[in-house]
Design a protein around this ligand. Structure first.
Ligand code: ADP
Ligand code: ASP
Ligand code: MG
Length: 411
């Protein structure tokens, strides 16, 4: 019998009506002759509401308690889904992450899965149960509840599919699949039939929140193929898998945007060993994640070091770096909030040249200034003004021929 892991995201279980729709899909899958493990997210908006509440009662909520709180969102949704399945005449049982055998490390709010012992799941499947598992959560070695980082139900589903050696893993969401760009930003965005793990990893890591990047990382590491598809339609979605030879024929697979970024420049700092180390250790000590890092050419023994962080971390970074700037006698600290990162991604870049030139030219013609540039083997990313972000995505999308062909109106 085929074993299928299905994951339903927050919007897909966002109301009683939607939960009933999900239950129907799950029951139909079982009636087609499959064993089903369904991973459920919290109902849309619930995790954000819980986080807001935590921040209202405490300026710095304890991470252990935050996990205990956030995990309740998925637990409510899993129980409701199991009830809805049972109401349709199916036989479902819901399990928390701990009950499902998901063991994590101790890093509350961003725990990593250490291992999965799906004994309970196997036993229930053998008794013909539909097993509904709460996404986004696990348990550490001390028996405390942990969560897997925002969007972590994707990781639960991929990891369970790997551990159960499932025949298929389907990620049901509120769009038809992975698109060339966020379909809510670029109107002509097209659904991709397939995408390589590496491309999706770069897209997810640079703002395309359709999949959690840690989930894609896990899928790549353990070779878990999965499909991203709509929970409201029955059309096939996008298959994410190891790259195949013909995937390189497509130069650019997708474009991502990451908003609410801030740019920080340590201006005119001595170009000597140890300076970069001091700057970034200072930032790391504040638990601030740094994204792009650019150091300019040295002139008269000094250089500029620029990097980007999330806008919310800007005041923290400024506070940490101001004394250091004085200590190392740099000219100053220049900061700019409200910037965005636009990334173009495609494994075809390895074999096609001129992609950077086309991107820069296209943005230049659109009057969009590039503030920082960084590249990887399959990605070119630029920092631009946040206000230009949507237009830049649209222009780039057209430049690389990703836009859907819209026939001219006939008269
Ligand atoms: P879920 O709640 O099902 O996990 P998410 O909100 O996490 O869903 O992810 C789906 C959303 O991702 C879509 O509604 C879409 O706006 C956004 N998105 C961003 N980039 C892309 C992309 N390239 N392709 C598809 N969706 C994208
Ligand atoms: N509910 C969690 C979140 O909103 C996990 C998920 O939806 O995947 O981030
Ligand atoms: Mg998600």
């Amino acid at each position: 019998m085929r074993l299928i892991v299905q994951k339903y995201g927050g919007t897909s279980v966002g109301s009683a009506e939607r939960i009933k729709n999900v239950a129907k899909r799950i029951v139909e899958t079982q009636r087609e002759g499959c064993q089903v493990v369904a991973v459920i997210s919290a109902m849309g908006g619930v995790t954000d509401n819980l986080l807001n509440l935590a921040n209202e009662v405490s300026r710095d909520p304890d991470k252990r308690e935050l996990d205990a709180l956030l995990a309740t969102g998925e637990q409510a949704a899993m129980a409701l889904t199991a009830m809805a399945i049972n109401a349709l005449g199916g036989r479902a049982i819901s399990l928390t992450g701990a009950e499902a055998g998901i063991l994590t490390d101790r890093a509350h709010t961003r725990a990593k899965i250490a291992n999965i012992t799906p004994r309970q799941i196997h036993a229930l499947l053998a008794e013909d149960y539909i097993v509904v598992v709460a996404g986004f959560q696990g348990q550490n070695a001390d028996g405390e509840t942990t969560t897997l980082g925002r969007g972590g139900s994707d990781l639960t589903a991929i990891a369970l599919a790997g551990a159960l050696n499932a025949d298929a893993c389907q990620i049901f969401t509120d769009v038809d699949g992975v698109f060339t760009c966020d379909p809510r930003v670029v109107s002509g965005a097209q659904k991709l039939d397939e995408v390589s793990y590496d491309e999706l990893l770069e897209m997810a890591g640079s703002g395309s929140k359709v999949m959690q990047s840690r989930a894609v990382e896990f899928a790549k590491k353990f070779g878990v193929e999965f499909e991203v598809r709509s929970s409201l339609k029955s059309d096939p979605g996008t298959i994410a898998k190891e790259e195949t030879a013909n995937m390189e024929d497509v130069v650019i697979r997708g474009i991502s945007l990451e908003r609410n970024q801030a740019k920080v420049t340590v201006d005119d700092v001595r170009d000597e060993p140890g300076i970069a180390g001091r700057i970034f250790s200072t930032i790391a000590a504040g638990n601030i994640s740094v994204d792009m890092i650019v150091q300019s050419v040295s002139e008269h023994g000094t250089t500029d070091v620029s990097f980007t962080i999330h806008e919310n971390d800007l005041s923290g970074a400024t506070e940490l770096l101001t004394p250091l700037v004085k200590e190392v006698q740099a000219a100053g600290l220049i900061t700019k909030a409200g910037v965005a990162k636009l990334s173009v991604v495609g494994i075809g870049m390895r074999s096609h040249s001129g992609v950077a030139a086309r991107l820069f030219d296209c943005l230049g013609k659109g009057g969009i200034n590039i503030q920082l540039i960084s590249t990887s083997e399959i990605k070119i990313a630029v920092i631009i003004d946040g206000q230009d972000a949507d237009r830049a995505a649209q222009l780039t999308h057209e430049e690389f021929g990703l836009a859907k062909f819209v026939p001219p109106p006939s008269n």
